[in-house]
Structures are given as C-alpha cells and as structure tokens.
Ligand binder design. Structure first.
Ligand SMILES: Nc1ncnc2c1ncn2[C@@H]1O[C@H](COP(=O)(O)OP(=O)(O)OP(=O)(O)O)[C@@H](O)[C@H]1O
Length: 257
C-alpha cells in the first residue's frame, strides 16, 4: 500500500518549547490511525503540526508524497486535510446551514450528502451554533470538515464531554466514514478502547516520541501493553462495554435534545 502520510524525525513545538522530539510514523492510503498516550505527551501537537500551527525545527511531514514544509493552514485544507478541532469551533452566530456552506469546497461532499449522513443536522438547519447540544456541535464540526472535501479527517478528542450513547453513535459514524465512504481519520482520543475500535493502526506517544506502533486490533487485544502504556485496565473495558452500544434511535434523540 502506498504512503498517505509520514512524519519523519519531526522535532516541533511552540516558540522555543519542544514538544515533539523526533517523532516518526507513516500511514498507508485509506488507513485510519489512533493516536494514544497519557496527558500532555503531544497528541494534539501532532495534529497541530500537521495543520501547520507549530514551529517545526527539524524533520519532515510528507502528505501524499509532498513535503508540507511551511505550507500555510489554508493550503493544507485545500490539499485534503480536514481539521475537526478539540474545541469544535462552531460559529455561534451562524445557523447550522451557514456553518456548513461558509467553508464549502467543490467535491463529492455537499450539503445534501452531509445532511444524509447526519440527518440531525438537517433537522437543526435553521438553529444557530450556540443553540446546539454538545453532540450536535460535534456532528456540525465533522460536517463542516466534510464540506471542505477532505482526504483525511483529523479528529481531536471528538468524544470529549459527550454522553455515552452519543459517543457510540459518533464512533459508528466515524467508522462508517472510513469503511463505507472511503474517508479515513486520525483520531486523538482519551478513550483508547473506543479509538482502537474505530481505526486500523495505532501509535502510542510518550514525551513527544512514538513508543509503540502497530495494528489497532493487536493493541486492543493486548491488555499488558494497554496497561503499561496507558494505564488502561479491565475497568475501562468494562465501562466501555456498558456504554450502551444501543441502536435505539429514540434513546439517542432524547439524549441529543
Ligand atoms: N500553544 C502552546 N504553547 C506552549 N505550549 C503548549 C501549547 N499547547 C500545548 N503546549 C504544551 O505542549 C505539551 C503537549 O501538549 P498536547 O496538547 O500536545 O498534549 P496531549 O497529548 O494532546 O495532551 P492532552 O490529552 O492533555 O490534550 C504540554 O506540555 C502542553 O502544555
């Protein structure tokens, strides 16, 4: 499989502060990646570096064979990087529909298709950004990234602060984007079990470097590694298995409202 993305010995940070210390990994075309690690190890900084928001001191970031070098963020969006920031950054004084159309770029994703993918957004099309629940805001943030017609979605803790039933629904949507719509993601997540279920490959960061890289399925099945790298014990798996992976859409509607 050909390479889609590679970080090659990247040293990067903010001002004089170095956060990524020679970080390397590569991702093949069509593959989704979970980026895992404890607090403050550089997961968000990896995404910020991909979007051109950090100072890269050494190394290279290659995207579809091109060295991104000093490309500004807007050029990275045009090249196919779809940024879904941790803060969601929905425009509060624009309607759902205006939030979507204001960033539209030509391609297979358009308003109708985004509404088909997230019917909830169609129902809320006339509501302002600040009138939405957390789950709806996250759908809008992902929908807005889809409207830029990306080749890769960058999701920074997409499940943060959401109710378990919404988390499961969003996880299904993100999986569906990759499996049915051919759109892979990089998922930065605090919940490793969930992130591993949503992705093909996984890397674990410690102090700004990669300390483990492999398939998500293999890591999910290795309790010793999970515990060692992330402190994830049987407790999290138990909690996760009880988050209500329900298909009850009425239940979901209630929780989204
Ligand atoms: N804009 C910034 N300026 C200076 N330092 C920053 C900035 N953003 C993050 N950092 C520092 O970089 C380090 C890594 O932060 P980062 O947000 O990438 O970690 P993370 O793995 O995503 O953690 P978390 O899960 O807590 O979000 C931290 O020490 C953080 O304080």
């Amino acid at each position: 499989m050909s390479e889609m993305l590679a970080f090659d010995q990247v040293v990067a940070g903010y001002g004089s502060a170095v956060v990524l210390h020679g970080l390397s990994f590569s991702l093949a075309q069509g593959q989704s990646l979970a980026v895992l690690g404890r607090n403050g190890v550089g997961k968000t900084t990896l995404l910020e570096t991909l979007m051109g928001n950090t100072r890269v001191m050494r190394g290279a970031v290659r995207w579809c064979g091109e060295d991104l070098g000093r490309w500004p963020s807007y050029r990275r969006v045009r090249a196919g990087l779809g940024w879904v920031p941790q803060e969601r950054e929905v425009f509060p004084s624009l309607t759902v529909e205006e939030n979507l159309t204001v960033v539209a770029r030509p391609g297979p994703w358009h308003l109708r298709r985004v509404y088909e993918f997230f019917p909830r957004l169609r129902e809320r099309r006339g509501n302002y950004g600040n009138q939405l629940s957390g789950g709806e805001q996250q759908m809008l943030s992902i929908g807005r990234a889809l409207m830029t017609n990306p080749k890769l979605l960058l999701l920074d803790e997409p499940m943060e602060g959401l109710a378990p039933i919404i988390v499961e629904e969003l996880a299904r949507s993100i999986r569906r984007l990759c499996e049915s719509e051919g759109l892979p993601s990089i998922v930065v997540e605090q919940h490793p079990v969930l992130a591993l279920e949503m992705t093909h490959q996984a890397i674990v960061l410690e102090r700004g470097t990669v300390v483990h890289a492999g398939s998500s399925a293999a890591l999910a099945g290795n309790a010793r590694l999970l515990e060692g790298f992330l402190g994830v014990g049987a407790a999290e798996a138990h909690i996760h298995n009880n988050t209500g992976a329900s298909n009850d859409s009425n239940d979901l509607d209630d929780r989204l409202a």
